[in-house]
Design a protein around this ligand. Structure first.
Ligand code: KIV
Ligand code: ZN
Length: 412
Protein backbone atom coordinates (compact mmCIF):
# COMPACT_ATOMS: atom_id res chain seq x y z
CA UNK A 1 0.00 0.00 0.00
CA UNK A 2 1.28 3.36 -0.92
CA UNK A 3 0.55 6.79 0.49
CA UNK A 4 -0.03 9.01 -2.57
CA UNK A 5 2.50 11.41 -4.01
CA UNK A 6 2.21 15.15 -3.71
CA UNK A 7 0.80 16.34 -7.01
CA UNK A 8 1.63 19.99 -6.49
CA UNK A 9 5.33 19.25 -6.39
CA UNK A 10 5.27 17.54 -9.71
CA UNK A 11 6.52 19.20 -12.87
CA UNK A 12 7.97 22.20 -11.10
CA UNK A 13 11.65 21.66 -11.08
CA UNK A 14 12.65 20.10 -14.30
CA UNK A 15 15.34 21.48 -16.59
CA UNK A 16 16.03 25.14 -16.17
CA UNK A 17 15.04 27.42 -19.05
CA UNK A 18 17.74 27.70 -21.66
CA UNK A 19 19.24 24.36 -20.78
CA UNK A 20 17.72 22.52 -23.73
CA UNK A 21 20.74 23.26 -25.91
CA UNK A 22 22.77 21.08 -23.60
CA UNK A 23 22.78 17.29 -23.56
CA UNK A 24 20.31 15.57 -21.31
CA UNK A 25 21.99 13.70 -18.46
CA UNK A 26 20.49 10.26 -17.96
CA UNK A 27 20.05 9.42 -14.29
CA UNK A 28 20.32 5.69 -13.70
CA UNK A 29 19.48 4.79 -10.12
CA UNK A 30 20.81 1.54 -8.73
CA UNK A 31 19.69 1.88 -5.09
CA UNK A 32 17.70 -1.34 -5.44
CA UNK A 33 20.59 -3.35 -6.91
CA UNK A 34 24.02 -1.97 -6.02
CA UNK A 35 22.51 -0.18 -3.00
CA UNK A 36 20.98 -3.37 -1.74
CA UNK A 37 24.40 -4.99 -1.98
CA UNK A 38 25.60 -2.80 0.92
CA UNK A 39 26.15 -4.82 4.09
CA UNK A 40 23.01 -4.89 6.20
CA UNK A 41 20.65 -3.52 3.54
CA UNK A 42 17.72 -5.64 2.38
CA UNK A 43 14.35 -4.49 1.16
CA UNK A 44 11.12 -6.44 0.97
CA UNK A 45 9.32 -6.51 -2.39
CA UNK A 46 6.74 -3.99 -1.11
CA UNK A 47 9.52 -1.68 0.03
CA UNK A 48 11.22 -1.97 -3.34
CA UNK A 49 7.97 -1.10 -5.08
CA UNK A 50 7.53 1.96 -2.88
CA UNK A 51 11.09 3.13 -3.53
CA UNK A 52 10.66 2.51 -7.27
CA UNK A 53 7.48 4.63 -7.29
CA UNK A 54 9.34 7.43 -5.54
CA UNK A 55 12.20 7.20 -8.01
CA UNK A 56 9.76 7.39 -10.91
CA UNK A 57 8.19 10.52 -9.43
CA UNK A 58 11.60 11.97 -8.74
CA UNK A 59 12.13 11.89 -12.50
CA UNK A 60 14.79 9.17 -12.60
CA UNK A 61 15.31 7.97 -16.19
CA UNK A 62 16.36 4.36 -15.58
CA UNK A 63 16.29 2.20 -12.47
CA UNK A 64 18.17 -0.97 -11.95
CA UNK A 65 15.51 -2.92 -10.09
CA UNK A 66 17.67 -5.90 -9.14
CA UNK A 67 19.68 -8.91 -10.26
CA UNK A 68 16.99 -11.37 -11.45
CA UNK A 69 19.14 -14.51 -11.50
CA UNK A 70 20.38 -13.92 -7.95
CA UNK A 71 17.26 -15.37 -6.29
CA UNK A 72 13.57 -16.01 -6.88
CA UNK A 73 12.88 -13.04 -4.57
CA UNK A 74 15.02 -10.72 -6.69
CA UNK A 75 13.40 -12.00 -9.87
CA UNK A 76 9.91 -11.41 -8.44
CA UNK A 77 10.80 -7.92 -7.27
CA UNK A 78 12.18 -6.92 -10.68
CA UNK A 79 9.18 -8.44 -12.44
CA UNK A 80 6.67 -6.65 -10.20
CA UNK A 81 8.47 -3.32 -10.51
CA UNK A 82 8.56 -3.76 -14.29
CA UNK A 83 4.85 -4.57 -14.39
CA UNK A 84 3.51 -2.16 -11.78
CA UNK A 85 5.87 0.83 -11.81
CA UNK A 86 7.22 0.48 -15.36
CA UNK A 87 4.08 1.89 -17.04
CA UNK A 88 3.54 4.83 -14.61
CA UNK A 89 3.53 8.25 -16.24
CA UNK A 90 2.26 10.11 -13.20
CA UNK A 91 4.34 13.27 -12.87
CA UNK A 92 6.67 12.40 -15.75
CA UNK A 93 5.02 14.47 -18.46
CA UNK A 94 8.03 16.77 -18.88
CA UNK A 95 10.25 13.78 -19.45
CA UNK A 96 7.67 12.42 -21.84
CA UNK A 97 8.13 8.75 -21.06
CA UNK A 98 7.89 6.30 -18.20
CA UNK A 99 10.92 5.15 -16.28
CA UNK A 100 13.02 2.48 -17.97
CA UNK A 101 13.47 -0.68 -15.90
CA UNK A 102 16.84 -2.43 -16.04
CA UNK A 103 18.09 -5.64 -14.48
CA UNK A 104 21.63 -6.89 -13.98
CA UNK A 105 23.03 -10.06 -15.57
CA UNK A 106 26.48 -11.61 -15.61
CA UNK A 107 27.85 -12.16 -19.10
CA UNK A 108 26.18 -15.55 -19.64
CA UNK A 109 23.13 -16.46 -21.72
CA UNK A 110 21.38 -17.96 -18.69
CA UNK A 111 21.68 -14.72 -16.69
CA UNK A 112 20.73 -12.57 -19.65
CA UNK A 113 17.63 -14.64 -20.42
CA UNK A 114 16.43 -14.55 -16.82
CA UNK A 115 16.99 -10.82 -16.71
CA UNK A 116 14.99 -10.33 -19.90
CA UNK A 117 12.08 -12.40 -18.56
CA UNK A 118 11.76 -9.99 -15.63
CA UNK A 119 12.45 -6.59 -17.20
CA UNK A 120 10.49 -7.17 -20.40
CA UNK A 121 7.26 -6.78 -18.40
CA UNK A 122 7.95 -3.01 -18.45
CA UNK A 123 7.15 -0.92 -21.54
CA UNK A 124 10.72 0.46 -21.49
CA UNK A 125 13.36 -2.00 -20.39
CA UNK A 126 17.08 -2.67 -20.51
CA UNK A 127 19.40 -5.63 -20.03
CA UNK A 128 22.55 -4.65 -18.16
CA UNK A 129 25.28 -7.23 -18.48
CA UNK A 130 28.77 -7.01 -17.04
CA UNK A 131 32.16 -8.67 -17.01
CA UNK A 132 35.36 -7.72 -15.21
CA UNK A 133 38.22 -6.42 -17.34
CA UNK A 134 41.09 -5.81 -14.90
CA UNK A 135 43.93 -8.34 -14.90
CA UNK A 136 43.50 -8.91 -11.19
CA UNK A 137 39.88 -9.99 -11.73
CA UNK A 138 40.65 -11.98 -14.89
CA UNK A 139 43.56 -13.86 -13.32
CA UNK A 140 42.26 -14.51 -9.83
CA UNK A 141 38.48 -14.31 -9.89
CA UNK A 142 37.43 -15.42 -13.36
CA UNK A 143 40.61 -17.31 -14.33
CA UNK A 144 40.22 -16.46 -17.99
CA UNK A 145 42.51 -14.84 -20.54
CA UNK A 146 42.00 -11.39 -22.04
CA UNK A 147 40.84 -13.00 -25.30
CA UNK A 148 38.25 -15.11 -23.48
CA UNK A 149 37.07 -11.95 -21.75
CA UNK A 150 36.48 -10.23 -25.10
CA UNK A 151 34.63 -13.28 -26.47
CA UNK A 152 32.41 -13.67 -23.41
CA UNK A 153 31.52 -10.00 -23.27
CA UNK A 154 30.70 -9.77 -26.99
CA UNK A 155 28.72 -12.99 -26.98
CA UNK A 156 26.58 -11.98 -23.96
CA UNK A 157 25.87 -8.60 -25.51
CA UNK A 158 24.95 -10.16 -28.87
CA UNK A 159 22.53 -12.53 -27.13
CA UNK A 160 21.03 -9.68 -25.09
CA UNK A 161 20.64 -7.67 -28.27
CA UNK A 162 18.72 -10.51 -29.88
CA UNK A 163 16.14 -10.09 -27.10
CA UNK A 164 16.11 -6.38 -26.45
CA UNK A 165 17.15 -3.16 -28.22
CA UNK A 166 18.50 -1.47 -25.14
CA UNK A 167 21.63 -3.23 -23.87
CA UNK A 168 24.13 -1.86 -21.40
CA UNK A 169 27.57 -3.35 -20.85
CA UNK A 170 29.75 -2.68 -17.79
CA UNK A 171 33.44 -3.45 -17.66
CA UNK A 172 33.73 -4.21 -13.96
CA UNK A 173 36.82 -2.76 -12.25
CA UNK A 174 37.47 -0.40 -15.18
CA UNK A 175 39.32 1.89 -12.76
CA UNK A 176 42.12 -0.69 -12.52
CA UNK A 177 41.90 -2.08 -16.06
CA UNK A 178 44.44 -1.57 -18.83
CA UNK A 179 43.06 1.31 -20.93
CA UNK A 180 43.94 -0.13 -24.32
CA UNK A 181 42.52 -3.52 -23.43
CA UNK A 182 39.35 -1.78 -22.28
CA UNK A 183 39.12 -0.06 -25.69
CA UNK A 184 39.33 -3.48 -27.37
CA UNK A 185 36.62 -5.05 -25.19
CA UNK A 186 34.36 -2.03 -25.49
CA UNK A 187 34.85 -1.81 -29.27
CA UNK A 188 33.72 -5.44 -29.59
CA UNK A 189 30.63 -4.97 -27.42
CA UNK A 190 29.65 -1.93 -29.46
CA UNK A 191 29.94 -4.10 -32.57
CA UNK A 192 27.75 -6.70 -30.83
CA UNK A 193 25.01 -4.12 -30.24
CA UNK A 194 25.55 -2.46 -26.83
CA UNK A 195 23.87 0.94 -26.59
CA UNK A 196 25.30 2.15 -23.26
CA UNK A 197 28.82 1.54 -21.99
CA UNK A 198 29.25 1.86 -18.27
CA UNK A 199 32.70 2.38 -16.76
CA UNK A 200 32.63 1.29 -13.11
CA UNK A 201 35.27 2.32 -10.65
CA UNK A 202 34.20 -0.75 -8.71
CA UNK A 203 36.59 -0.34 -5.80
CA UNK A 204 36.50 3.46 -5.67
CA UNK A 205 40.19 3.62 -6.52
CA UNK A 206 40.54 6.53 -8.93
CA UNK A 207 40.87 10.28 -8.43
CA UNK A 208 38.66 12.77 -10.31
CA UNK A 209 41.54 13.58 -12.69
CA UNK A 210 42.21 9.91 -13.43
CA UNK A 211 38.58 8.97 -13.83
CA UNK A 212 37.83 11.93 -16.12
CA UNK A 213 40.94 11.16 -18.19
CA UNK A 214 39.86 7.50 -18.46
CA UNK A 215 36.41 8.46 -19.81
CA UNK A 216 37.99 10.88 -22.29
CA UNK A 217 40.54 8.30 -23.44
CA UNK A 218 37.91 5.59 -23.92
CA UNK A 219 35.64 7.90 -25.91
CA UNK A 220 38.57 8.99 -28.10
CA UNK A 221 40.07 5.54 -28.69
CA UNK A 222 37.24 3.00 -28.73
CA UNK A 223 36.10 2.05 -32.24
CA UNK A 224 32.47 3.12 -32.75
CA UNK A 225 32.41 5.14 -29.51
CA UNK A 226 30.12 7.81 -30.99
CA UNK A 227 27.31 5.22 -31.36
CA UNK A 228 26.84 4.70 -27.62
CA UNK A 229 26.09 6.58 -24.41
CA UNK A 230 28.98 6.56 -21.96
CA UNK A 231 28.14 6.13 -18.32
CA UNK A 232 29.83 6.62 -14.96
CA UNK A 233 29.54 4.28 -11.97
CA UNK A 234 31.74 5.46 -9.11
CA UNK A 235 32.10 3.88 -5.70
CA UNK A 236 32.94 5.97 -2.67
CA UNK A 237 35.71 4.03 -0.93
CA UNK A 238 37.98 7.09 -0.90
CA UNK A 239 35.14 9.59 -0.60
CA UNK A 240 35.49 10.70 -4.23
CA UNK A 241 32.46 9.19 -5.93
CA UNK A 242 30.63 12.47 -6.48
CA UNK A 243 33.75 14.29 -7.68
CA UNK A 244 34.66 11.38 -9.99
CA UNK A 245 31.14 11.27 -11.43
CA UNK A 246 31.16 15.01 -12.13
CA UNK A 247 34.57 14.67 -13.75
CA UNK A 248 33.17 11.87 -15.93
CA UNK A 249 30.38 14.19 -17.11
CA UNK A 250 32.84 16.95 -17.93
CA UNK A 251 34.78 14.45 -20.03
CA UNK A 252 31.87 13.11 -22.05
CA UNK A 253 29.72 10.77 -19.95
CA UNK A 254 25.99 11.33 -20.46
CA UNK A 255 24.62 8.76 -18.02
CA UNK A 256 25.42 8.59 -14.30
CA UNK A 257 24.76 5.55 -12.15
CA UNK A 258 23.88 6.65 -8.66
CA UNK A 259 22.04 5.58 -5.53
CA UNK A 260 20.05 7.36 -2.87
CA UNK A 261 21.71 8.00 0.48
CA UNK A 262 25.20 6.66 0.46
CA UNK A 263 23.95 3.13 0.20
CA UNK A 264 25.80 4.64 -2.60
CA UNK A 265 24.13 8.09 -2.62
CA UNK A 266 24.24 10.85 -5.21
CA UNK A 267 21.73 13.68 -4.74
CA UNK A 268 25.01 15.55 -4.71
CA UNK A 269 25.61 15.00 -8.42
CA UNK A 270 22.23 16.45 -9.38
CA UNK A 271 22.49 19.41 -7.03
CA UNK A 272 26.01 20.24 -8.24
CA UNK A 273 24.67 20.47 -11.78
CA UNK A 274 21.64 22.38 -10.52
CA UNK A 275 23.76 24.88 -8.60
CA UNK A 276 26.41 25.37 -11.29
CA UNK A 277 24.47 24.95 -14.56
CA UNK A 278 27.07 26.79 -16.61
CA UNK A 279 29.90 24.52 -15.44
CA UNK A 280 28.47 21.34 -16.96
CA UNK A 281 27.56 20.42 -20.55
CA UNK A 282 24.36 18.70 -19.40
CA UNK A 283 20.97 19.37 -17.85
CA UNK A 284 18.95 17.04 -15.64
CA UNK A 285 15.23 16.36 -15.40
CA UNK A 286 15.07 15.47 -11.73
CA UNK A 287 12.13 16.79 -9.70
CA UNK A 288 14.48 18.08 -7.00
CA UNK A 289 11.89 18.91 -4.28
CA UNK A 290 11.34 15.18 -3.94
CA UNK A 291 15.01 14.52 -3.11
CA UNK A 292 14.63 14.92 0.64
CA UNK A 293 11.54 12.72 0.86
CA UNK A 294 13.10 10.01 -1.23
CA UNK A 295 16.23 10.14 0.88
CA UNK A 296 14.17 9.84 4.06
CA UNK A 297 12.18 6.93 2.68
CA UNK A 298 15.30 5.03 1.62
CA UNK A 299 17.00 5.80 4.92
CA UNK A 300 14.08 4.48 6.89
CA UNK A 301 13.58 1.36 4.77
CA UNK A 302 17.28 0.52 4.51
CA UNK A 303 18.02 1.24 8.16
CA UNK A 304 21.01 3.34 7.04
CA UNK A 305 20.98 6.56 9.00
CA UNK A 306 21.99 9.62 6.97
CA UNK A 307 24.81 11.35 8.82
CA UNK A 308 23.65 14.76 10.11
CA UNK A 309 26.39 16.63 8.25
CA UNK A 310 25.78 14.88 4.93
CA UNK A 311 25.63 17.32 2.02
CA UNK A 312 22.12 18.12 0.74
CA UNK A 313 20.13 15.53 2.71
CA UNK A 314 21.75 15.60 6.17
CA UNK A 315 19.54 17.06 8.88
CA UNK A 316 22.07 19.85 9.46
CA UNK A 317 22.37 20.77 5.79
CA UNK A 318 20.18 23.85 6.18
CA UNK A 319 20.53 24.61 9.88
CA UNK A 320 22.57 27.60 11.01
CA UNK A 321 23.94 27.39 14.52
CA UNK A 322 26.49 30.18 14.62
CA UNK A 323 25.26 33.63 15.55
CA UNK A 324 27.00 35.25 12.60
CA UNK A 325 25.38 32.83 10.15
CA UNK A 326 21.94 33.21 11.73
CA UNK A 327 22.24 36.98 11.58
CA UNK A 328 23.32 36.85 7.93
CA UNK A 329 20.56 34.46 6.87
CA UNK A 330 17.91 36.55 8.60
CA UNK A 331 19.11 39.60 6.65
CA UNK A 332 19.45 37.80 3.33
CA UNK A 333 19.22 34.03 2.82
CA UNK A 334 21.95 33.95 0.21
CA UNK A 335 24.56 35.19 2.68
CA UNK A 336 25.03 31.63 3.83
CA UNK A 337 22.74 29.48 1.68
CA UNK A 338 23.79 28.29 -1.77
CA UNK A 339 20.76 26.03 -2.23
CA UNK A 340 17.22 27.04 -1.32
CA UNK A 341 16.03 24.34 1.13
CA UNK A 342 12.71 24.05 -0.71
CA UNK A 343 14.60 23.15 -3.91
CA UNK A 344 15.38 19.79 -2.33
CA UNK A 345 12.10 19.53 -0.45
CA UNK A 346 13.02 20.97 2.94
CA UNK A 347 10.32 23.48 3.84
CA UNK A 348 10.44 24.45 7.48
CA UNK A 349 13.93 24.43 8.77
CA UNK A 350 13.28 26.44 11.89
CA UNK A 351 9.58 25.97 12.60
CA UNK A 352 9.09 22.79 14.57
CA UNK A 353 6.01 21.02 15.84
CA UNK A 354 5.68 19.85 19.43
CA UNK A 355 3.26 18.05 21.71
CA UNK A 356 1.02 21.10 21.91
CA UNK A 357 0.58 21.27 18.15
CA UNK A 358 -2.91 20.31 17.04
CA UNK A 359 -4.38 18.41 14.11
CA UNK A 360 -4.59 21.52 11.94
CA UNK A 361 -0.95 22.46 12.39
CA UNK A 362 0.00 18.85 11.74
CA UNK A 363 -2.18 18.64 8.63
CA UNK A 364 -0.85 21.87 7.21
CA UNK A 365 2.75 20.78 7.77
CA UNK A 366 2.05 17.47 6.03
CA UNK A 367 0.51 19.38 3.14
CA UNK A 368 3.62 21.52 2.86
CA UNK A 369 5.63 18.35 2.69
CA UNK A 370 3.36 17.18 -0.08
CA UNK A 371 1.10 14.75 1.74
CA UNK A 372 -2.11 16.60 1.07
CA UNK A 373 -4.03 13.74 -0.48
CA UNK A 374 -3.76 11.32 2.44
CA UNK A 375 -6.94 9.51 3.37
CA UNK A 376 -8.43 10.12 6.81
CA UNK A 377 -7.38 6.75 8.11
CA UNK A 378 -3.72 7.27 7.20
CA UNK A 379 -3.88 10.80 8.55
CA UNK A 380 -5.25 9.67 11.91
CA UNK A 381 -2.62 6.99 12.22
CA UNK A 382 0.11 9.49 11.36
CA UNK A 383 -1.28 11.98 13.88
CA UNK A 384 -1.26 9.40 16.69
CA UNK A 385 2.31 8.47 15.88
CA UNK A 386 3.28 12.13 15.77
CA UNK A 387 1.78 12.71 19.22
CA UNK A 388 3.68 9.77 20.65
CA UNK A 389 6.88 11.06 19.09
CA UNK A 390 6.26 14.61 20.34
CA UNK A 391 5.88 13.27 23.86
CA UNK A 392 9.22 11.55 23.64
CA UNK A 393 11.11 14.15 21.67
CA UNK A 394 9.82 17.65 22.36
CA UNK A 395 10.72 19.10 18.95
CA UNK A 396 9.49 17.26 15.87
CA UNK A 397 11.24 18.39 12.70
CA UNK A 398 10.27 17.90 9.05
CA UNK A 399 12.89 15.22 8.95
CA UNK A 400 11.12 13.36 11.77
CA UNK A 401 7.77 13.74 10.03
CA UNK A 402 9.08 12.34 6.76
CA UNK A 403 10.66 9.44 8.62
CA UNK A 404 7.39 8.84 10.43
CA UNK A 405 5.40 8.73 7.19
CA UNK A 406 7.97 6.53 5.46
CA UNK A 407 7.88 4.20 8.40
CA UNK A 408 4.10 4.06 8.22
CA UNK A 409 4.38 3.05 4.57
CA UNK A 410 6.79 0.25 5.36
CA UNK A 411 4.77 -1.09 8.26
CA UNK A 412 1.61 -0.96 6.14
O1 KIV B 1 30.69 -1.63 -9.29
C1 KIV B 1 30.51 -2.40 -10.25
O2 KIV B 1 31.42 -2.79 -10.96
C2 KIV B 1 29.15 -2.83 -10.51
C3 KIV B 1 28.90 -3.54 -11.80
C4 KIV B 1 28.28 -4.86 -11.58
C5 KIV B 1 28.09 -2.67 -12.72
O3 KIV B 1 28.24 -2.57 -9.73
ZN1 ZN C 1 28.88 -0.95 -8.34
Amino acid sequence: RSIPFPLFLQNRYYAKPGSQDKDKLIIFDTSLRDGEQSPGVTFTVEEKLEIARHLSNLGVDVIEAGFPIASQGDFDAVARIAKEVGPLMHGREKIGKPMRIAGLARATNKDVKRCYEAVSLAPLHRIHTFLATSDIHLNYKLKISRNECIERAASAVAYAKSLCDDVEFSSEDSGRSDKDFLCQVLGKVIEAGATTLNIPDTVGYTSPEEYGALIKYLIEHTPGSHKVIWSTHCHNDLGLATANTLSGITNGARQVEVTINGIGERAEVVMNIHTHPSSYPVYHTINTPLIYRTSTLVSSLSGMVVQPNKAIVGVNAFLHESGIHQDGVLKHKQTYEIIRPEDVGVFNVNLVLGKLSGRNAFRSRLEQLGYFDMNEDDFNKAFDRFKALADAKKRVTDHDLLALISDQVSSG
